[in-house]
Design a protein around this ligand. Structure first.
Ligand SMILES: *Cc1c(COP(=O)(O)O)cnc(C)c1O
Length: 456
């Protein structure tokens, strides 16, 4: 395997340092064993998320000075709109403060109380907004995606038979829309193939059901298609992205990921009527339809970031740097979700901590131990993130109990990846010492962000 060197050089640096182990033990205790509650200055390598943690380019920083901060009709909005129209091919775009702002609006305009939303595995904030608007979420991802050890390409694909079965069981009129995530974050950053997107769109069209994409990592998804799907090796990333969205009626986008910026998002729709309703709501929750919670300068940086993200050298390095970390861990026998996804390496906490049952929150505890052992901050993506069933109040018990090591874009080097891998390999050798946790504070919604824990 060849790992490409960084396709950039460094113009500005941010100094980081590591506090000692005794201090880290103290800090994680103060944080209630929740890595979300650690302070950034107490973290050496921050792999909590790839959301908004991107390093912007010199061109993006320069663009910040040409922000047009008019309340309405900013020229940066027109630049962003033209860029999204050209790269994604949608008719209408509404900027939002971040991805969940777009999810909030889409869920309100496209869901009627009591309907179903079908999706290829859930995402936390996305499902929250869908349920809040009266929908029941049904998972239609291929079965293999729930098994961390199965190593197959396009593990994010929809199970088309399951999709058809649910449509005939529930009735097309009771399905609000299909929410297709490219890539699938919670499955381990697994991509969706173009063939599958085409098939989903065909089934949906036959039944008059709309398809909205969670486009958050659509460029990473396009890289996998180019690398692994027959017929796409000679296509550009831009061509693949455009084809991707030709199978959708719209999308929500978290700009904090593949748009290479620190904040922002947008909603796209083709339907004129949905657009009119979305415009009515954006002024309630976000701002004028021409800024939707973003500053003019942020929209300018996003327009430029989107174009940079579809450069082959950028996206190849991005995905392969993540793979480099994954390959090092695999070589040392550390259990990870296979294959390695586009934005993160997911440790399989079930196999890392086989001595801990899921009720003892193995992934939450593993994330806390990683911090103590290495100064690296990771994130739980298991039963804690899964939350409780909105109706029964019971814990969702996801098959995947993982810790996500998420790589920020253009921020860390391969040497940083070595430090992360070595630390986790060290921890793996003493994994029996990792103890179970219990909730001491559990918020009602999206509990993983602010919950607190203690050792059993
Ligand atoms: C981050 C994310 C979102 C939500 O976007 P925010 O910008 O954080 O509000 C939605 N879907 C996926 C897959 C994400 O990773």
């Amino acid at each position: 395997m060849q790992y490409p060197a960084e396709p950039f050089r460094i113009k500005s640096v941010e100094v980081v340092s590591m506090i000692d182990r005794a201090q880290r033990i103290e800090k994680i205790k103060e944080a209630g064993y929740n890595t979300f509650l650690l302070n950034s200055e107490d973290v050496y390598i921050d792999l909590l998320t790839d959301s908004g943690t991107t390093a912007m380019s010199d061109r993006q920083w320069a663009a910040m000075m040409i922000g047009d901060e008019a309340y309405a009709g900013s020229k940066n909005f027109h630049h962003l709109k033209a860029t999204v129209e050209e790269l994604f091919g949608f008719k209408h775009i509404i900027p939002t403060h971040q991805g969940r702002g777009a999810e909030n609006i889409l869920s309100q305009i496209a869901i009627k109380d009591g309907q179903f939303v079908l999706g290829n595995m859930y995402f936390t904030t996305t499902r929250y907004h869908q349920e809040r608007n009266g929908a029941t979420f049904l998972d239609i991802i291929r079965q293999e995606a729930h098994d961390a050890a199965i190593d197959i390409p396009f593990k994010g694909d929809v199970d088309i038979d399951k999709l058809k079965a649910i449509i005939s069981e529930k009735g097309a009129e009771n399905i609000a829309y299909i929410c297709l995530a490219v890539t699938v974050n919670l499955a381990g950053g697994q991509p969706v193939s173009m063939a599958n997107m085409r098939a989903v769109s065909q089934v949906a069209r036959e039944h008059g059901i709309k398809v909205f994409y969670d486009a958050t990592r659509c460029v990473e998804n396009a890289f996998y298609i180019k690398e692994q799907e027959a017929g796409y090796a000679d296509k550009t990333i831009q061509e693949i992205v455009l084809e991707t969205f030709s199978y959708a009626d719209g999308c929500t986008m978290s700009g904090k990921k593949d748009c290479l910026v620190n904040i922002g998002g947008f909603l796209c729709v083709n339907d004129d009527e949905l657009f009119a309703r979305a415009k009515e709501l954006v002024v309630v929750y976000e701002g004028m339809p021409s800024y939707g919670g973003m500053a003019g300068r942020d929209m300018e940086a996003m327009a430029i970031g989107l174009r940079e993200s579809i450069q082959y050298e950028y996206i190849e390095h991005r995905v392969k740097q993540v793979r480099y970390l994954g390959d090092k861990l695999i070589a040392a026998g550390v259990p990870v979700v296979l294959p390695i996804g586009g934005h993160a390496v997911f440790l399989d906490a079930r196999r890392f901590c086989p001595h801990l049952p899921q009720e003892h929150l193995p992934a939450q505890s593993l994330a806390a131990s990683i911090y103590v052992e290495t100064g690296v901050r990771a994130m739980e993506r298991g039963i804690v993130s899964g939350g409780r069933d909105a109706v029964t109040g019971k814990n969702h018990s996801p098959k995947l109990e993982t810790v996500r090591l998420t790589i920020p874009r253009r921020v860390y080097t391969y040497a940083h990846m070595d430090v992360v891998a070595d630390g986790i390999i060290r921890l793996y050798q003493q994994r029996e010492d990792i103890k179970g946790l219990k909730f001491v504070y559990e918020p009602k919604q999206l509990r993983f962000f602010t919950a607190r824990f203690d050792y059993l």
